[in-house]
Design a binder for this molecule. Structure first.
Ligand code: ZN
Length: 89
């Protein structure tokens, strides 16, 4: 199954805030750009790669906000990590 990176758009649908990718473990990640770009723009400055929840990413072209909610698989991995930490106590 091919899962291509796809654009993570601002709510206006005209600006790209980042890209959604999957890492080797099938976890969905958000590659967040430092600045929102027009759809066709190729050169981007990557700000961060995010696996967890990020509230209120602001589009700096139009000021609209969007929240990144990670896939369920990321949440399950997080819970598994917490369980492991508890078991170590
Ligand atoms: Zn925008």
């Amino acid at each position: 199954m091919v899962d291509e990176a796809r654009a993570w758009m601002c709510p206006s649908g005209r600006h790209v805030l980042g890209q959604v990718l999957r890492n080797g473990s099938g976890i969905r990640q958000l590659l967040l750009y430092r600045h929102a770009v027009e759809e066709a723009q190729q050169e981007v400055d990557v700000f961060a790669i995010v696996e967890g929840y990020v509230a209120d990413v602001r589009c700096d072209l139009c000021g609209r906000m969007r929240t990144w909610v990670p896939g369920e698989e990321a949440i399950q991995q997080l819970l598994a990590g917490i369980r492991e930490m508890q078991n170590e106590r």
